[in-house]
Design a protein. Structure first.
Length: 530
């Protein structure tokens, strides 16, 4: 791209998993670039816009390095367009009470909006839009919402169906903002992230909901990346976060280098029985080099979909992107709970030509309260359909009511299932037309590696050597499963080095707790007996 990418990156620190002995699956490539979300130095003019002032005029007048300061408590009516300007300095849009907000790195909450200016979207329009090539805008401590009672499609619309990557808006950050749909009517989407070098950090996004259509807190399909979605509360009925879902208009574009870290993604339980179309908590339909780390995912049930909560489903949505893929995905150190089912992987689009899902790592996660009353669903941990390459599931702890892995399709190459703790229930590892264990592995997972697992309630005759089969949850030796403490106790006969098998709870706690303030995770992460 033409906007000096290399000069504006900082090093990405990603913990990668070394391939264990005997591994056949290829590990995902981590993101090659990450958005620098640090507060920039701004030393230019401060353009003060009082209540009733002209924000558009201030945006036109501001130069790189300037500040646009809005009056706390005042309302400014959009749509306001971010213009394309020369230079690489940032223009910061903030409120007059910005110094009374939580410090950078701390997530704002709805009460903080009382100290923010508000930019509102009229009925059927956006609050903020971009000119092609607009860049280097940072919004700090702004409330963004529709006019009360108005329904909007894209509250913040970054991108205009550009057909060239060098015309995408880029270097845009929303920092400690409250971004919400109408409490009664909802909104289709909070941020349409069709841009590059874009971040949403330390923010609260809620009330994105619609009947008979998908809704997202954040969604993107025609943005190149990199993207950072870090330390936010993200609430939506359809897909809380989704990449893909519509065809890119930039030829060959795949949303890439995506980091989703330390967020709380949830649906309010009060939405059950309401008309909002509920699908999942996170979905990739077209994406490459994605790190999903340290998030809490909770509350998902069957409604407009079957209840799977995390979807990696390749889709050439409208048939114009045959290069569509989902590849190089790391789903690590997350908690998924109070849901109908776990992860669904669709290897190829079954409607239009696409590429094949490949190199997906699911590691050091905890899944619990999956498929129980009242969530419904089939309670499966992982479902793999179509054809895939190099799906690796290792060192997870799962308390689910359905299959551990359920397979269908023409075969999945390079599959590994290592060092997990999971419940076999009625199916264990099974597939369409095949029974549990070996028959499914032979049919759907040729040359798979299945070793080091604790599979509760399964028969040793059904699975390869090198796995263990306690007869009950009690026999596993969890610290206190009745209270949600799923570490392996020091006295567990199945505990090996570094707490394996199962998730590394210390690393998991370090990754998740910062991103879920107020969530009850104390029992899960209690140190307990070592």
């Amino acid at each position: 791209m033409a906007f000096g990418i290399a000069a504006l990156l900082f090093a990405l620190a990603v913990v990668t998993s070394a391939a264990p002995a005997g591994a056949t699956g290829r590990r995902p490539e981590p993101p090659r670039a990450e958005v620098d979300t640090r507060m920039p130095a701004v030393t230019g003019t401060v353009h003060r816009v009082p209540a009733g002032g002209d924000l558009r005029k201030a945006l036109a007048a501001a130069a790189p390095g300037d500040v646009i300061q809005l009056e706390a408590g005042a309302t400014y009516t959009g749509p306001v367009e971010l213009p394309a300007k020369s230079g690489t300095g940032w223009i910061v849009v903030r409120g007059s009470a910005h110094d009374r907000l939580p410090s950078p790195g701390t997530r704002v909450r709805p009460p903080d909006a009382a100290r923010m200016p508000k930019i509102v979207a009229p009925r059927g329009e956006s609050a903020i839009v971009t000119a092609s090539g607009a860049h280097h805008f940072r919004f700090v401590g702004i409330e963004i919402a529709p006019v009360r009672g108005a329904f909007v499609h894209n509250l913040i619309a970054l991108g205009r169906e550009e057909t060239s990557a060098d015309r995408l808006p880029h270097h845009i950050v929303f920092d400690r903002c409250v971004i919400r749909g109408d409490p009664d009517r909802g909104a289709r989407r909070g941020v349409a992230m069709n841009s590059a070098f874009t971040a949403v950090v330390d923010s609260h996004l809620a009330d994105f909901k619609e009947a008979d259509a998908d809704s997202q807190a954040i969604g993107g399909w025609n943005g190149a990346g990199p993207f950072a979605i870090v330390n936010n509360y993200l609430e939506a009925a359809g897909e809380n976060v989704m990449f893909g879902g519509a065809d890119a208009t930039v030829p060959g574009l795949t949303p890439s280098d995506i980091v989703v870290r330390g967020n709380h993604l949830a649906k309010p339980v009060a939405w059950r029985g309401r008309p909002w179309s509920v699908k999942n908590l996170f979905e990739l339909k077209h994406a490459r080099r994605v790190l999903v780390e340290g998030n809490l995912f909770e509350h998902n049930w069957p409604q407009a979909q079957n209840g799977f909560s995390i979807l990696f489903t390749v889709r050439n949505q409208d048939g114009k992107n045959p290069w569509a893929t989902v590849e190089d995905v790391r789903f690590v150190h997350n908690v998924v709970r109070h849901v109908a089912a776990g992860i669904n992987i669709l290897g190829k689009d079954d409607n239009h030509p696409s590429q094949e899902a490949k190199r997906i790592l699911i590691e050091h996660n905890v899944f619990y309260d999956v498929g129980t009353t009242p969530w419904g669903g089939n309670g499966a941990l992982v479902q793999i359909l179509g054809t895939t390459q190099h799906v690796i599931v290792q060192r997870n702890t799962a308390l689910q009511t359905g299959a551990i892995v359920f397979a269908e399709g023409d075969g999945h190459r390079g599959f590994e299932f290592r060092d997990n703790v999971a419940l076999a229930n009625d199916l264990g590892i099974a597939g369409t037309g095949t029974g549990p264990g070996r028959r499914t592995l032979e049919r759907y997972f040729p040359a798979a590696v299945v070793t080091g697992n604790v599979i509760v309630g399964a028969s040793s005759t059904d699975y390869p050597a090198g796995n263990q089969f306690p007869g009950s949850v009690k026999a596993v030796g969890f610290v206190d499963p009745a209270r949600g403490r799923f570490r392996l106790a020091a006295k567990s006969p199945y505990r090996g080095r570094n707490g394996a098998p199962g998730a590394d709870f210390d690393a998991l706690a370090a990754a998740v707790l910062r991103g879920a303030p107020g969530a009850d995770l104390s029992a899960l992460f209690a140190a307990g007996e070592r």
